[in-house]
Design a protein around this ligand. Sequence first.
Ligand SMILES: Cc1cc2nc3c(=O)[nH]c(=O)nc-3n(C[C@H](O)[C@H](O)[C@H](O)COP(=O)(O)O)c2cc1C
Length: 220
Amino acid sequence: MQVVGINSSPRKKSNTDLLLSSVLKGASAGGCEIVHIDLYSYEIEYCKACENCYKTGSCVLMDEFPDVYDLILESDGIVLGSPNYINNVTARMKTFLDRMADTVHCQRLLGKYSAAVSTAGGSGAVEVADYLNHSLFIMGASVVGSVGVNLSDGEEMFQKGVDQSYQLGVMLADAILTKTKYPDQQEEHAAMLERVKNLVLLRKEEWPYEYEYFVRKKWL
Ligand SMILES: Cc1cc2nc3c(=O)[nH]c(=O)nc-3n(C[C@H](O)[C@H](O)[C@H](O)COP(=O)(O)O)c2cc1C
């Protein structure tokens, strides 16, 4: 059981990373191996929308994206963390997520579990954490939960968020261990698979890699 935690704050003493670390501690107490990543220490370029990943399964950009992406693929649980930057994730996190468009088509995160954390100065932390989870959800992951803390709510609430994050980590480890099923999410995953199946079939000539991937998976 491995869980990778990815923080996308550029700050050294990141509030978001305090929550993320707490999730990872909970997951570790639940029996998971932990990998803790600082996204700002990796060089990650913008997606060029060349569709090469759809066509061939590989990216034309030569940077450090695969170092982080491979950790996601080999993990059972993924925890994303981002501060609220203008009511959204940080640019680095968005850049990272954009590089995973092929992961959406190929539903590569099916069978994995996700959690997310966010902090905000005034408001919006819950929404940002939910966006992070939703991004992994559309790639196939099952969402265990999220924690968002607005610093404006005070130190006591932040401490509460740290404690909730620990519990979230314990729940994540348990979901991985027991292969928890969430019927509502499974239904949406099935509908998503149907949508991408139709898309891949429609674009069969342009995206041969994805078509063959679906055939290998016996989805087509
Ligand atoms: C560029 C930038 C944009 C921000 N935008 C928002 C915002 O829209 N709403 C908000 O409540 N806080 C905003 N903040 C505050 C951060 O979300 C807050 O300080 C957060 O806890 C920082 O997390 P970190 O310590 O993990 O970097 C912004 C901060 C920066 C630097």
